[in-house]
Design a protein around this ligand. Structure first.
Ligand code: CMC
Length: 437
């Protein structure tokens, strides 16, 4: 007997089907042969929010949510954070292997060459209101790059893809820094190609009148580590948006902008900003129990807690907690850390969180470091989007090169009316079935 099949009996017809396993899954299309007759469409699966549906095969990132494991291309994220730079990790995610010294040199030089924004993009940014949210400016400006590089639409040409990937990775820190300067009313600072990726970003954020900006090496390294930890996370909401929009062969600037929009929501990358607001609301350690009671009563969620995949401590949160110590040695301790640590302690001992396997996620501690470094909470999600651009592009490229992928087009279970006739205006509102939209 072949053990690599799933045997299904359709009680409606008595027919039996053998569905072969494919890498531990069954192919949803194999279910379509299960029909009650020739007119029957065949069986579909119903899976709102993709709780149990693999939408692709991917060789980029591996997560074991129960064990709290995260690996990029097979390498544990802890080892990458300790031994590599963000641009090395970016190369790894995109190309599958860590670069040699010569490959890294060429890669860093080419990313550095693409850090400048076209002056029209800068003018575009100037048009935003003084109090525009940085994430809104970031999303729109990434999309606007599509107008500057119209050749980007040739997404099936590997050379075109290669160039746009480098452009995007080079330019996202510049756009991010410009949104920050815009919200402060400060003049924009041009990239400095002598500096590393993180140092140059800090230069564009914080350089004032000094002729040359020197980044604090501890803070630059901490930022680089944070970038590594945020670089990819397999098929989350924004990556799914990148793949879905990219599957229509939209250009990478527009697809990345769609992914950024997905990231901006408070349940995804926007959570880091919400964590800081939450810690402000709590205010002091003695108020934590009352706050937790409200969470348990369902009034709101504990931001920075819980994850669709991790049912154990998020490994990224562990590294961030560790990196925070080195940052605080430079900046002084952020008072919110004590509230966060106590909140974590109380939550992890509480039955509500234990039973539901709710642990701190990447967003719980990242905002505390960002704030200590001098960022306003509105910038936090933009800081997430910079490194995640690498993951989105790696996933986008993998999707375009996958012969099995087509335009993303889910099915639905229709629950609306059967066919009915349009009622003339004078008779509408008189029937019992009329509804408002
Ligand atoms: N606080 C309180 N209860 C929670 C929380 C939370 N943060 N997260 C989940 N729960 C409860 C939820 O109410 C549900 O309870 P019950 O079984 O009684 O209905 C149970 O835990 C299962 O939750 P779920 O909503 O089915 O889980 P999900 O996989 O759909 O949601 C999540 C995952 C991340 C959206 C959710 O945990 C959440 O909203 N967390 C707060 C926002 C957050 O920190 N987001 C950042 C995620 S990590 C980085 C990223 O992806 O960008």
């Amino acid at each position: 007997m072949d053990k690599e099949v799933l045997n299904i009996v359709d009680r409606r017809t008595g027919a039996a089907y053998d569905l072969p396993f494919f890498k531990g899954a069954i192919r949803a299309m194999d279910l379509r042969q299960i029909k009650t007759g020739p007119e029957d469409f065949g069986v579909m699966t119903y899976d709102p929010a993709f709780l149990n549906t693999a939408s692709c095969q991917s060789a980029i990132t591996f997560i074991d949510g129960d064990k709290g494991i995260l690996r990029y291309r097979g390498y544990p994220v802890e080892q990458l954070a300790e031994n590599c730079t963000f641009l090395e990790v970016a190369y790894l995610l995109l190309n599958g292997e860590l670069p040699t010294e010569a490959e890294l040199k060429e890669w860093v030089e080419s990313i550095t060459r693409h850090t400048m924004l076209h002056e029209t993009s800068k003018k575009f940014l100037e048009g935003f209101r003084y109090n525009a949210h940085p994430m809104g400016m970031f999303i729109s400006t990434v999309a606007a790059l599509s107008t500057v590089y119209p050749e980007a639409r040739h997404v099936l040409d590997p050379e075109v893809r290669r160039l746009q990937i480098r452009r995007l990775i080079g330019k996202v820190p510049t756009i991010a820094a410009y949104t920050y300067r815009h919200s402060l009313g400060f003049p924009y600072v041009y990239p400095d190609n002598d500096l590393s990726y993180a140092e140059n970003f800090m230069n564009m954020l914080w350089k004032m009148v000094e002729p040359k900006y020197t980044a604090n090496p501890v803070l630059a390294r901490a930022l680089d580590i944070l970038f590594i930890l945020h670089a990819d996370h397999e098929q989350n909401c924004s990556t799914n948006a990148m793949r879905a929009v990219g599957s229509s062969q939209a250009d990478p600037f527009l697809s990345t902008s769609a992914a950024c929009a997905a990231l901006s929501g408070p349940l995804h990358g926007g959570a880091n900003e919400e964590v800081l607001k939450m810690l402000d609301v709590i205010g002091s350690k003695d108020k934590i129990p009352a706050y937790i009671d409200k969470v348990k009563a369902g009034e709101f969620k504990l931001m920075g807690f819980g994850h669709r995949v991790y049912k154990n401590y998020d490994p990224r949160a562990r590294i961030i907690k560790w990196a925070a110590e080195s940052v605080f040695e430079v900046t002084g301790r952020n008072a919110k850390l004590d509230i966060a640590l106590e909140l974590e302690r109380i939550a992890l001992e509480d039955d509500y969180f234990v039973k539901r396997k709710l642990y701190p996620n990447v967003d719980f501690y990242s905002g505390i470091i960002y704030q200590a470094m001098g960022f306003k909470p509105e910038m936090f999600t933009v800081l997430f989007a910079i490194p995640r651009t690498v993951g989105w592009l790696a996933q986008w490229q993998e999707m375009l090169c996958d012969a099995e992928q087509k335009i993303a087009r889910p099915r639905q279970v229709y629950t609306g009316y059967e066919a009915r006739d349009v009622v003339p205006m004078e008779k509408r509102g008189l029937t019992a079935t009329s509804t408002t939209a």
